[in-house]
Design a protein around this ligand. Structure first.
Ligand code: PLP
Length: 398
């Protein structure tokens, strides 16, 4: 008998618990898998820059390794990094103490920790969508129930109807999950909307978990170089947790380093959760994080200026193609636009990979509200974007 006939070595197939089996698989992965084995695919489907991490950060990690930073650290992170991050957050958003900072293994882990800390079986969680799927799926792993409130799309691009969101944020709701600047739409909450939401949640005793990993990727013409944050208006000791990451601002996706800002009174429990999830972020990576937050401002400024050029270049190129409705969003690093065939965005994206060698993410990957759109990550140089546009033009002309 061949192994093919006995795929599990003769044992019956076993399965994960129901909550895990019910999780949505990544539709972005489904498209990427369809492109595996094809020679010439230009991938714009994942959310990362094609640039490697700047050398001064790489050098800091190398020095740390040579100096022996190879051991476990405190669960909440090494003190100098917690202090450096507190200084950085204070500079951007007002006084913040190291006691309010926990260092995590990327933004994903920070989100999972915040969710584990707050949401349990049967809890009602509200999320604003379209949204990067991880935020919606994580509470489900813990048995919580997630309701979504969709942004609207119109002449102004993506907008939030605050009244609609307030109607969903009823007393008894445990937690609001909100991501701004938003993946995939680039929609960005205004400071005024944040204050309204904060007041509403305060009055109803609802936690806010704000995913602000794209806060530095914001493109207002003359405005500040950082998106409005809940930290601007919230007291550090109230029911707000803000998640952030080194991945996007300092192009450190593969390093797996992030942080969260949370009430100091939560940190003993957060410490336990970190112990049982990852124990700590890697030691030498934390050392490099100190260099990123202390010496990375010039890099971030130039990186964001380049992203803005790429965004505008791609918007111009797409707007010139037939049947495409695209707007320049104020933040993040994606264009989320409608085009012919996107009513079934998964099939469209598979066809684009197969027939045109163009890798985009299907809108439906970000919830049913995203159907009708596709996402293009523009964090690369304009020559690469031009080649992508050439392929899309060819596909549309067929
Ligand atoms: C909205 C959002 N939050 C969090 C993350 C987490 O990033 P990381 O775990 O690399 O910090 C991502 C990554 O794409 C994201 O798009």
């Amino acid at each position: 008998m061949t192994t093919g006939e006995r795929p599990f070595g003769g044992f019956p197939a076993v399965s994960a618990r129901d909550a895990v089996r019910a999780l949505r698989p990544s539709r972005i992965r489904e498209v990427a898998n369809a492109g595996m084995g094809l020679d010439d695919v230009l991938p714009f489907w994942f959310g990362e820059s094609d640039q490697a991490t700047p050398q001064f950060i790489v050098d800091a990690a190398g020095r740390a390794l040579r100096d022996g930073a190879t051991f476990y650290t405190h669960n909440l992170g090494i003190a100098p990094l917690r202090e450096a991050v507190a200084g950085y957050v204070s500079r951007l958003h007002g006084a913040t103490r190291a006691d309010n900072i926990a260092i995590t293994s990327g933004g994903v882990s920070a989100l999972m920790l915040a969710t584990q800390l707050l949401a349990g079986p049967g809890d009602r969680v509200v999320a604003v969508t379209p949204l990067w799927p991880n935020l919606v799926e994580m509470p489900k792993i813990l048995g919580a129930h997630v309701e979504t409130v969709s942004l609207g799309y119109g002449a102004e691009g993506w907008t939030l109807d605050t009244e609609k969101l307030f109607a969903a944020l009823t007393p008894g709701t445990k937690l609001l999950l909100i991501n701004s600047p938003n993946n995939p739409t680039g929609w960005t909450l205004s400071a005024k909307e944040q204050r309204l939401l904060l007041d509403h949640c305060r009055q109803r005793d609802i936690w806010i978990v704000a995913d602000e990993v794209y806060e530095r990727l914001c493109y207002s013409e003359d405005g500040p170089a950082v998106a409005p944050s809940f930290l601007d208006a919230a007291d550090r000791e109230e029911k707000v947790i803000c998640v952030n990451s080194f991945s996007k601002s300092w192009v450190m996706t593969g390093w797996r380093l992030g942080w969260l800002v949370a009430p100091a009174s939560l940190m003993d429990d957060m410490s336990k959760l970190i112990e049982y999830n990852t124990s700590c972020a890697p030691s030498f990576v934390q050392q490099a994080g100190i260099t990123a937050v202390k010496e990375g401002d010039a890099f971030v400024r130039d990186f964001v200026a380049g992203l803005k050029d790429s965004r505008d270049h791609l918007v111009r190129g797409l707007a010139a193609l037939p049947g495409i409705d695209v707007k320049a969003p104020p933040g993040a690093m994606y264009l989320f636009f409608s085009m012919p065939g996107a009513e079934d965005s998964l099939s469209l994206c598979k066809a684009l990979v197969r027939d045109a060698g163009l890798g985009l993410a299907p809108g439906v990957a970000f919830g049913p509200e995203g159907e009708g759109f596709v996402r293009w990550c523009y964090a690369c140089d304009t020559a690469r974007l031009d080649e992508g546009l050439r392929r899309l033009r060819g596909y549309l002309a067929r």
